[in-house]
Design a protein around this ligand. Structure first.
Ligand code: UD1
Length: 420
């Protein structure tokens, strides 16, 4: 199995280019099911999750030509509507095919994704909303079986909780429904905005993009014709590299990034003492060797993202005072704490709050990646730890970070991928 070996203590320098956003590419790939015409997607990140979802499309009968950052997809001949356990268990986001399959074909079977390392992650809100749109839903043998033989009907959906995947599934389902759907308390993440814009550019009437109320006039099961779409930059990858600059006290430049999408991370780094030069789609970070402590509460966009919580915790280990980090979205998203403590940090957990106390130095050790973003926190800590850090189970990182070690090498880090 592969692992990453980092010799800590190197200063970083230079620039790297941010890849396309995995979390935007996934719903957009799922949305291609709403069409029976070819569509070209560009700026896809070259990561395992994208390959997994494209493989699912092929299993359903779609045609896919995929080459690194570009995919040509044609879902004209889909002949199966069953998303099997083998794929969904590899990647929870495969649940995003539920809405589009049901809307286009009037039936589908999708394996229940189950829990994952960061928490239970139920899909009850997705299912309740589809029922409100007229679907009959049954859970049997580990599969969600959904039927709407005469198509879905537009409905008023009020989400009890803001859900990114739930909003995406219902936006896609509503697009081919009969009548108008209004989603109240929808998520507002940039990834949802891109999905809605792609659907709008296919000629669908959709209002309230980027707000908490989205209204969609369905096409009554008429498949769409999408424009070619370039995936937006990955705001979490961008934030992770800025954290790499901050933790190693290095000035680096990240290119092809949307500063608006990472405003909350920029604000937190600024309050820790870092400063920035933002020119068009490039950001240069000017770090500080006296990082101030921070308080963070994770919340929905445009608030501070849960997907950046672990990376900021790594940076906070190097601050000159106590930081407090509260995780409000996922109940078990602190598994990096014990691994960071193996590297010498002093982090205390009580419920969903972590207190990060200052330490003079981190020391290299063997640590284990537990989920995607937790893994990148261990990489960040390894960059500044004294000695060698080996990070095991990096298949988590490969799911979501395009060429992580290549990009860090380009910035001057001493990092290697090894096998044992
Ligand atoms: C997406 C992101 C993930 C990010 C998360 C929150 C993708 C592929 N993944 O995940 O990286 O961390 O948003 O920003 O885009 N919930 C329910 N019932 C539901 C659905 C959700 O209770 O039916 C709860 C979840 O358990 C969680 C909260 O709602 O506590 C938010 O989850 P959600 O926004 O749905 O996250 P995902 O779409 O799974």
């Amino acid at each position: 199995m592969d692992y990453l070996q980092i010799q800590g203590g190197k200063k970083l320098h230079g620039s790297i280019t941010i890849s396309g956003a995995k979390n935007s590419a996934l719903p957009i790939i799922a949305a291609t099911i709403l069409s029976d015409k070819p569509v070209k997607l560009t700026n896809l990140p070259d990561v395992v999750d994208i390959r997994t979802l494209l493989k699912l499309l092929v299993m359903l009968g779609g045609e896919v030509e995929h080459n690194g950052t570009v995919a040509l997809i044609n879902n004209k001949n889909i002949n199966s509507t069953k998303a099997v356990y083998e794929i969904v268990s590899q990647m929870r986001a495969s649940i995003l095919v539920l809405g589009p399959l049901l809307a286009r074909f009037g039936e589908c079977e999708v394996s229940l994704p189950g829990g994952c390392a960061i928490g239970q992650r139920p899909i009850d809100l997705h299912l309740r909303a589809l029922e409100a749109m007229g679907a009959n839903i049954e859970i049997k043998g580990g599969y969600v079986r959904a039927e709407a033989p005469n198509g879905l009907k537009g409905a008023k959906i009020v989400f009890d909780k803001i859900t990114v995947g739930g909003t995406e599934n219902i936006v896609m389902a509503a697009t081919l429904a009969h009548g108008t759907t209004t989603i109240i308390n929808s998520a507002k993440e940039p990834e949802i905005v891109q999905l809605c814009e792609m659907i709008r550019d296919a000629g669908v009437e959709i209002d309230g993009i980027g707000t908490s109320t989205i209204t969609i006039k369905g096409t009554a099961q008429k498949p769409l014709k999408f424009q070619d779409t370039e995936i937006i930059p990955d705001r979490i990858e961008a934030g992770t590299y800025l954290c790499a600059g901050a933790i190693t006290n290095s000035s680096i430049t990240i290119k092809k990034v949307n500063a608006v999408h990472i405003q909350s991370s920029l604000d937190k780094l600024e309050s820790m003492g870092c400063s920035f030069d933002i020119k068009g789609d490039e950001i240069t970070i000017y770090p500080t060797n006296r990082l101030r402590p921070i308080n963070i509460v994770t919340t929905e966009y445009p608030g501070f993202p849960t997907d950046m919580q672990a990376q900021f915790m790594a940076v906070a280990t190097m601050a000159i005072g106590d930081s407090l980090i509260e995780e409000r979205l996922f109940e078990n998203r602190f598994m990096h704490v014990s691994e960071l403590n193996r590297l010498g940090s002093d982090i205390w957990l009580k419920g969903n709050v972590a207190a990060v106390r200052p330490v003079a130095q981190l020391y290299g050790a063997d640590v284990m990646a537990t989920d995607l973003r937790a893994s990148s926190a261990l990489v960040l800590a390894g960059l500044v730890a004294n000695g060698v850090t080996n990070i095991h189970r990096i298949y988590h990182l490969d799911r979501g970070y395009d060429n992580l070690e290549g990009k860090l090498l380009a910035l001057g880090a001493d990092i290697k991928r090894l096998s044992h």
